[in-house]
Design a protein around this ligand. Structure first.
Ligand code: ATP
Ligand code: MG
Length: 393
């Protein structure tokens, strides 16, 4: 996979590759593949990178998922032209070492956030404001829930929040459970957390206002009782590329980003900013969604109100797919104002259809990390562990 052409001059090193591989999580073991000793070999030859990944069992159902994650994470590094992944199988000794490490990790590393490592996290970001991130995030989240998945929506636009209005949840307030942890609200079949669902009385408002933005995000990820079985968490990002992006990458290593842009051809500058953010935070870019892509009036005439081709240009620059082109659709504005998202109120309209298409492409690239499918592998590991313990007496 090629990244932006402006990165050509950067030399890739073994260390940067290993750092990127630390973002590849084994969902069952809850740690990254480098830490787990699953990367016996990394070779860098100019822009050519070869990574060996040792799996616990050859028939591992996670094989292609881990392989794809490695390809995307390493492929997104500046200076990388090609990535080859060699899959090998661990021997008995490597396996028991891995299990020891996994157990140790699980013990000492008490859940860094309340988001399960098996939850796919997608940050909806953009290089500039007002391009439709919040509208896309809300509708994508609902569309994903409607495809039968458990979905959360985190409004990371701490003070510019718009999710409560978009979802018609202006009167909803988050409540704490018996354990005093805040429960996400259930709206339109998804679990939602936003500052806008908290601040009302002065004390909480002051408490939150006193926090740094990244601290607020940390609290949302750590102190909220998120459903541990969430398949997807969509994160509506504030405009631009700042602290929140960096904090998110640090707190949720599995997070990937979807970039929303308008069709304006001034894509280059935005691309540079977004690519720079991705590089600094090691957050891979899953794809681009072009929003406000033209308008077709009732007589069928098409108008490119905001230019043309910007989404494609940006996607090409970043070396990622264009996930969808969402046209200008009055139903998006009305739905947003009335709190009735377009995928609910006008599912056959042009915007909703495009958003559903984007959802389908996302689900195809990032299928849910089901634990069930790996029960066979867990059973095998459990047996080996018991055998090891028995042998040790
Ligand atoms: N496809 C569309 N067709 C018509 N209007 C749209 C479309 N997408 C978004 N809008 C409108 O554009 C405005 C900005 O959208 P939105 O708030 O989702 O953008 P944003 O990127 O989240 O903004 P911010 O950077 O301020 O967070 C809203 O009024 C919204 O209704
Ligand atoms: Mg927004």
């Amino acid at each position: 996979m090629r990244f932006g052409s402006y990165h050509r001059a950067v030399a890739v090193t073994r260390e940067t590759v290993l750092e990127a591989l630390r973002q590849v999580i084994d969902p069952e073991l809850g740690s990254d593949i480098v830490d787990l000793g699953m990367v016996p070999r990394v070779e860098v030859d100019g822009g050519k990178v070869t990574v060996s990944v040792a799996l616990t069992v050859a028939s591992c159902p996670l094989r292609s998922q881990i392989e794809q994650d490695v390809l995307r994470r390493v492929g997104a590094l500046p200076g990388v032209d090609t990535v080859a992944v060699e899959i090998t199988t661990m021997d008995q000794e490597q396996r028991s070492k891995l299990m020891e490490r996994a157990r140790l990790r699980a013990r000492e590393q008490a859940e860094p956030t309340a988001i399960s490592p098996t939850t796919r996290a997608l940050a909806i970001s953009s290089g500039k404001g007002g391009v439709g991130k919040s509208s896309i995030a809300a509708n994508l989240a609902i569309a994903t829930a409607r495809a039968g998945h458990r979905v959360g929506l985190l409004d990371a636009d701490i003070w510019g929040f718009s999710i409560p209005r978009l979802l018609g949840a202006l009167d909803v307030r988050l409540e704490a459970g018996d354990d005093r942890r805040i429960r996400p609200a259930e709206v339109h079949g998804i679990q939602v957390v936003s500052t806008g669902l908290i601040v009302e009385d002065e004390t909480t408002a002051l408490m939150w206002r006193g926090l740094m933005l990244s601290k607020a995000l940390e609290q949302f990820l750590r102190d909220v009782a998120w459903d541990p079985e969430l398949d997807y968490l969509f994160i509506d990002m504030p405009p631009g590329t700042g602290d929140i992006q960096m904090a998110l990458a640090r707190l949720l290593p599995q997070a990937e980003t979807v970039v929303v842009t308008t069709p304006q051809r001034a894509a280059q500058r935005v691309a540079a900013r977004v690519a720079d953010m991705a590089r600094r935070s090691h957050m891979p870019i899953l794809g681009v969604i072009e929003n406000m892509a033209g308008f077709t009036c009732e007589h069928g005439t098409h108008y490119d109100l905001f230019g043309r081709g910007g989404g494609e240009l940006l996607a090409d620059d970043l070396g990622v797919p264009l996930l969808a082109r969402v046209p200008i659709d009055a139903a998006v504005v009305e739905g947003g104002d009335e709190g009735r998202p377009v995928v609910v109120t006008d599912p056959d309209g042009p915007a909703a259809r495009a958003i559903v298409a984007a959802r389908d492409r996302i689900l195809a690239v990032l299928p849910p990390m089901g634990m069930d499918s790996c029960s066979a592998r867990i059973a095998v590991l459990g047996e080996q562990l018991e055998a090891l313990d028995a042998a040790r007496g």
